[in-house]
Ligand binder design. Structure first.
Ligand code: THU
Length: 143
């Protein structure tokens, strides 16, 4: 469990990361802030593409940034998403199914917390297992 103060900081950083979103097609801006086991924070934003399918979500940007820097253990992620120009507090922005699956690759389903940030002070936390029950993991590849 991370502290309420840590959660507020992650929410603040997710809202900050949202400012960098590249979303000229959907005009829906998302930011994420990922807390590593060694208490570093990686930020990410959504990055869209004119061919649409190469678009990457904010959550995966943050996770892939961290993994590419050698981090593989994570405690929590905060997500803040809303249409361009929206004002705080935002509506909750739950992670898409692909991002939930990517979280499952690296994060403990019973410990990792997914925090939906509406503002720095308004947020809701979920356990990864509640967002992706019966997720497909590496153990399922064993015969
Ligand atoms: N998006 C995210 O970045 N994260 C989410 O949790 C939901 C959706 C992005 C993808 C796309 O750029 C835009 O939001 C609209 O779907």
């Amino acid at each position: 469990m991370i502290s309420e103060e840590n959660k507020r900081e992650l929410c603040r950083m997710a809202i900050e990361a949202r400012e960098k979103a590249y979303s000229p097609y959907s005009h829906f801006n998302v930011g994420a802030a990922l807390l590593t086991a060694d208490d570093e924070i990686y930020q990410g934003c959504n990055i869209e593409n004119s061919s649409y399918t190469p678009t990457i979500c904010a959550e995966r940007t943050a996770i892939f940034k961290a993994v590419s820097e050698g981090k593989r253990d994570f405690k929590a992620i905060a997500i803040a998403g809303a249409a361009e120009g929206a004002e705080l507090p935002f509506k909750p922005c739950p992670p898409c199914g692909v991002c939930r699956q990517v979280m499952t690759e690296f994060c403990s389903p019973d410990d990792f917390e997914v925090i939906l940030a509406q503002s720095e002070d308004i947020f809701t936390s979920y356990k990864l297992r509640d967002l992706l029950p019966l997720g497909f993991g590496s153990e399922n590849l064993e015969s």
